[in-house]
Design a binder for this molecule. Structure first.
Ligand SMILES: Nc1ncnc2c1ncn2[C@@H]1O[C@H](COP(=O)(O)OP(=O)(O)OP(=O)(O)O)[C@@H](O)[C@H]1O
Length: 431
């Protein structure tokens, strides 16, 4: 078997667009020197290709140890780790790490290298030529929402925390690895930036379908990002490994229920996306339009405010009519104060934004920040009520099906019993 994953394993998407590969942990254990108890007791885990699996659990339960054993930053004490069908524990570890993206909190960029040089690190180690590397750097900067011309020559200190984190993600993706490991990737940024970075990761994943293993402390982040969540307790003990839906609806034990915590119906808000909800379409205006015409349109529609878009239909302002009356033409406020939510954001994120906005709603954007509409409280409550009654109807149906099945089994048992009685030899006759 060759020591590197083949080019097709590395970069060619399967028929379903999946570029990730499966990861299997088989009896993987870690005992640090001098520790009485293993940090990770024998752990068996199957991570399907193209999924995001989130590792979560209380402090010290072995999340980071488990993550770092996958790229062998920490050597397992026992067990096997299969990545894309190859035994990672037998691979050359430097080679292995070049094929696994690694993203950690704050991006951990090299301060003396430019953004472009930071992203180009692994392609450099893989001896990519200059042209290919430069193209890849620009492509990745675009992908993580940073204008290459503006950012590729900057140094990390010239970027905000969120921008540094974006570059960290770009660096993790640089050599198109099938597997990406993330350790608290969005832990060091403010809540709004964090939400944006999560949305960007989901949008990148929609395109690339990598296998992503991510450690977090934040249950809402786990519910939002995870296809599956691995909830660990001390010693890397698996309490539940399941979809976010099942973890919320059917916690395996009291530990899981306590960890998920109260308010699990509120957490259900993290399972629904803005795109699941019908958006309101208030009056819009384009920068430069005569204000009087816009006022007429808004009044006819009984709107109290209008959304101002630029020539690429990106939202610039959400202005009340009383303010618009002082303008001749619709103006661009010229700053980036406007809060928006991406259509992939969760309803939880949208509520957060709505509560900080004085329009009792949030502007929703799609690809390339293009305006899509407005989400408001009524839409969120309607959606939640519909989801709850659908879930209740599903549960009732399941119960009915189960009862029917039980009844059929009972009938069958009865018939079998009758049949046996009928065929049983007559002890008298034998005499
Ligand atoms: N290098 C080390 N030497 C000895 N013990 C260690 C070492 N690294 C971690 N441990 C111990 O192993 C256990 C698991 O640590 P690990 O960092 O994997 O947990 P974690 O779940 O990621 O914690 P946190 O959420 O606090 O980051 C802890 O008891 C920790 O003290």
């Amino acid at each position: 078997m060759s020591d590197t994953l083949t080019q097709s394993e590395l970069s060619t998407a399967g028929a379903d667009g999946v570029t990730g590969v499966a990861i299997d942990l088989i009896g993987v254990t870690k005992r640090y020197p001098g520790q009485r108890r293993a940090a990770v007791e024998p752990l068996d885990l199957h991570i399907p290709p193209g999924e995001i699996v989130i590792l979560i659990g209380p402090s010290g339960c072995g999340k980071t140890t488990t993550l770092k054993m996958i790229n062998r930053l920490i050597e397992p004490s026992a067990g096997t780790i299969m990545i894309g069908g190859q035994d990672a524990t037998r691979r050359n570890e430097n080679q292995l790490r070049r094929e696994i993206g690694y993203v950690i909190q704050g991006g951990s960029l090299f301060p003396h290298l430019t953004v472009g040089q930071n992203i180009a690190l692994v392609p450099g180690l893989l001896s990519w030529d200059k042209k290919r590397t430069a193209e890849r750097v620009d492509e990745l900067l675009e992908l993580v929402g940073l204008d290459p011309a503006r950012y590729r020559r900057r140094f990390p200190r010239e970027l905000s925390g969120g921008q540094q984190q974006r570059v960290g993600v770009a660096r993790g993706l640089a050599a198109d690895p099938p597997v990406i490991l993330m350790d608290e990737p969005f832990g060091a940024v403010d809540p709004i930036t964090r939400q944006r970075l999560q949305d960007e990761l989901l949008s990148i994943q929609e395109e690339l379908h990598k296998t992503i293993v991510c450690v977090t402390h934040d249950i809402d982040e786990a519910i939002k990002l995870g296809d599956r969540i691995l909830l660990l307790s001390e010693g890397g003990h698996v309490e539940q490994y399941d979809t976010p839906e099942n973890i919320l609806a059917a916690p395996a034990n009291d530990f899981v229920a306590d960890f998920v915590g109260a308010g699990s119906s509120l957490k259900q808000l993290s399972l629904s996306r803005v795109s699941d909800v019908e958006l309101r379409k208030p009056t819009t205006a384009t920068v430069g339009e005569p204000a009087a015409e816009v006022l007429d349109r808004a009044q006819a529609a009984r709107d109290e405010a209008v959304i101002v878009l630029d020539d690429r239909r990106r939202p610039r302002d959400w202005i009340f009519l009383r303010e618009l009356r002082h303008q001749q033409t619709v103006v661009d406020p010229g700053d980036d104060h406007i809060l928006t939510v991406d259509r992939r954001a969760t309803l939880n994120d949208a509520l957060d934004t709505m509560l900080t906005d004085n329009h009792a709603g949030a502007i929703v954007t799609g690809r390339r920040d293009e305006y899509l509409g407005v989400i408001d409280f009524t839409a969120v409550t309607d959606h939640m009520m519909a989801t709850t009654s659908q879930a209740q109807a599903d549960r009732d149906q399941q119960q009915q099906d189960q009862q029917q099945q039980d009844q059929q089994q009972q009938d069958q048992l009865g018939q079998d019993q009758l049949g046996q009685d009928h065929e049983a030899p007559d002890p008298e006759a034998a005499d």
